[in-house]
Design a protein around this ligand. Structure first.
Ligand code: C5P
Length: 227
């Protein structure tokens, strides 16, 4: 089944500390964002990629896209100060039907099989997110004092892509905007509408490159995949 994807890439990457957008950092001699775009570009079921960028990085992205084999599928849209605004701007440029995915530009290791399963489940039930079971023991603490050990068996660590029927995601964004609600992912907006959200088990190596040590992990994942 065909789908479109919004790729937010308009962050500043402060926690990476590179001094510029972390998506321009290179993995295997190619900027991170091109690796992410390659996955969706190479998927015959992906018919449109909406790449959300900062307006003042337009020239850099335009130049980068010259190196992408999939540039014809990519539409550039300008983002906002928060990731949620960036996704909303992307949503307003999307075709208003079918299945829409949101995937962070900073997750270059997503597998096509996970994308395919997310699209299927979202088509069946409205909303599906990639996640992996939590491996560590999780505790809640206040002022460095433990107040609770959270039961781990029902905990999932959530990733992107997150996949939705177009109207499900649009309604959720409209409601969040009306109620001034901010979430750290799309599903948290969708959950508030009463829509059920299904989990598709993903891979632990679908990491988001956030802090400097993630680059070491990413290089190791890249080397393993090339073998
Ligand atoms: O900062 P973090 O890694 O959590 O951001 C996730 C994704 O959202 C990144 O790909 C980043 O470029 C994007 N983003 C955005 N607009 C913002 C903030 C983040 O598109 N205002």
């Amino acid at each position: 089944m065909d789908y479109q994807v919004i790729i937010p890439a308009a962050g500043s990457g402060k926690r990476m500390g590179a001094g510029y957008n972390k998506l321009f950092l290179k993995l295997d001699k190619r900027p991170i964002i091109l690796h992410t775009l390659d996955v969706f570009g190479s998927d015959q079921h992906c018919n449109k990629i909406i790449l959300v960028i900062q307006q003042d990085e337009k020239d850099i992205f335009t130049e980068l896209l010259l190196k992408s084999r999939y540039a014809s599928k990519i539409e550039i849209v300008y983002g906002g100060d928060e990731r949620q605004y960036s996704v909303y701007n992307g949503l307003n440029s999307a075709l208003n039907s079918g299945i829409i995915l949101v995937h962070d530009g900073a997750r270059p290791f997503i597998r096509l099989k996970t994308i395919g399963r997310l699209v299927e489940v979202a088509a069946e039930s409205g909303a599906a997110i990639a996640a992996v079971p939590v491996k560590d023991t999780i505790k809640k603490a206040i002022d460095l004092e433990v107040v609770e050990t959270v039961e781990r068996s029902s905990l999932w660590q959530v990733q992107t892509p997150q996949a939705f029927r177009f109207s499900v995601l649009m309604d959720a964004h409209n409601m969040a905007s009306k109620e001034d609600f901010f979430g750290t992912d799309e599903a948290s907006l969708v959950e508030r509408t009463g829509q059920s959200v299904k989990i598709v088990e993903s891979d632990y190596d679908n990491i988001k490159l956030t802090t400097p040590e993630d680059i070491y992990f990413a290089e190791a994942i890249m080397a393993k995949r090339k073998r």
